[in-house]
Design a protein around this ligand. Structure first.
Ligand code: GLU
Length: 423
């Protein structure tokens, strides 16, 4: 069978191909030469399958889509305290290149506008622009799973007319946000923006963000959960320039756009998406790119606020197995699901001396759910005088120490009862 997913993507591209609204960015002379009709879409799943349609292998400069990645690297290289001390996390509602700082703290408002991104670039490890941009290039190549290069023509072209970003650099230096030579930092930031990528690359890089920092194809961990959560949060609130609120309500996917016409989006746990169409709207976002995201979000129910209810669906019910009460669970257990388990245990008349939690069909347990389940084990054991066992052949509830000396018996299967613990 032929996968319907590329066909769907091609259809979505065709549906918005006719829209010629907007104009290519021309304040960077090299970008003005882009073919305005280019159109591409790609998506990558957390287990590394990529689907593309259109010009998905055409290279263009990453521009502002480099900002979330540089922020993530800065968080890891310099630490949260240093980064948060220099760059805020509030949406600015201003244009991307606004020359302004938070009046109270003197910090750039967020890392997705140029002022904050220039500061974030300075917090990447390296003595000068060359070392920082090389580190950036290496990290991005790992995320894309191919060796990426800088587009020297785009870099030189932007540098020749970078008066505004230079002004921002000097302003940051005056306020002590930058320590070193501001021109060196701005040169590094502009080079970072000139990294050459394809729409396919970007979808894989976005999937690394969606996947909590684990590159979906190689399985290599490139960032930590906390840094990724922080990065996705500022993408959600500040990623779409001064149209961030509109984007949140209509699309609802943490995203970042760039003036070369790309937009990347990362829906946590689900998918990385990238599009390319060089004509920009008044906010500087790709006109057809925004439409493509709106269409995908609608068709595929990808809005962050649209999540299926998980509570009751994890319960497979209460059965008796000999004289033991068995509570069967399934799927991924988060807070709401763990609460449903608690309620089931509280409301069920437990008849036997033993209670078995059957986790055979569980394939994920969040930290809070793990603590709740272990507290259930502890209370049943100490307060209700039950013997508690877990059927947990995969060891999903690793090291089930319930506290106060309580450790449930772990069985490989229900029929294992009476036998020795599984591990
Ligand atoms: N290098 C560009 C600039 O600083 C990036 C802007 C963008 O993509 O929004 O002007």
């Amino acid at each position: 069978m032929r996968s319907p997913i590329p066909d769907y993507l091609a259809e979505v591209l065709d549906d918005c191909r006719g829209d010629e609204g907007g104009a290519v960015a021309d304040y960077i002379p090299e970008l003005a030469r882009a073919d305005p009709d280019r159109l591409a879409i790609a998506l990558t799943t957390p287990d590394g399958a990529t689907y593309c349609a259109g010009d998905a292998d055409v290279e263009f400069s990453i521009q502002s889509m480099s900002k979330p990645f540089a922020y993530d690297i800065a968080l890891r290289d310099s630490g949260f305290e240093a980064v948060l001390g220099k760059i805020g996390v509030e949406p600015s509602g201003e244009a991307f290149n606004e020359i302004s700082l938070e009046s109270s703290s003197g910090r750039p408002r967020n890392p997705m506008i140029n002022a904050g991104a220039i500061a974030a670039h300075s917090l990447i490890e390296g003595r000068d622009a060359e070392e920082r941009t090389e580190r950036f290039r290496e990290r991005m190549s790992l995320a894309a799973d191919r060796e990426l290069q800088y587009d020297e023509a785009v870099y030189t072209s932007e540098l020749e007319s970078a008066y505004r970003n230079m002004a921002i650099g000097y302003m940051l230096r005056t306020h002590g946000v930058l320590d070193g030579d501001p021109e060196d930092v701005v040169r590094g930031y502009i080079r970072q923006c000139a990294l050459s990528v394809t729409t396919r690359d970007l979808s894989i890089m976005a999937a690394t963000l969606a996947n909590g920092g684990v590159q979906p194809v190689t399985g290599r961990r490139l960032s930590g959960d906390r840094a990724i959560r922080q990065t996705l949060s500022v993408m959600m609130t500040c990623g779409m320039y001064d149209a961030a609120g509109d984007w949140m309500t209509t699309v609802g996917i943490p995203a970042k756009s760039g003036v070369a016409g790309g937009i990347l989006g990362a829906l946590p746990g689900q998918v990385g998406i990238a599009v390319l169409s060089p004509r920009l709207d008044v906010h500087g976002n790709s006109t057809r790119g925004v439409q493509l995201f709106e269409r995908l979000a609608d068709d595929m129910g990808l809005h962050l606020m649209e999540v299926p209810p998980v509570g009751r669906s994890v319960l497979r019910g209460h059965t008796l197995h000999g004289d033991a009460d068995v509570i069967g669970l399934q799927g991924v257990i988060g807070f709401a699901a763990a609460e449903a388990v608690v309620r089931q245990v509280v409301e069920t008349e437990l008849s036997g001396g033993e209670v078995i939690l059957d986790l055979t069909r569980v394939h994920g347990v969040s930290d809070v759910a793990r603590r709740i389940l272990l507290e259930v084990v502890r209370r049943l054991t100490l307060h209700d005088d039950k013997q508690v066992s877990l059927v947990d052949p995969e060891g999903i509830l690793e090291d089930p120490d319930a506290g106060d000396g309580v450790r449930p018996r772990v069985l490989a299967s229900l029929d294992d009862r009476g036998g020795s613990p599984a591990h």
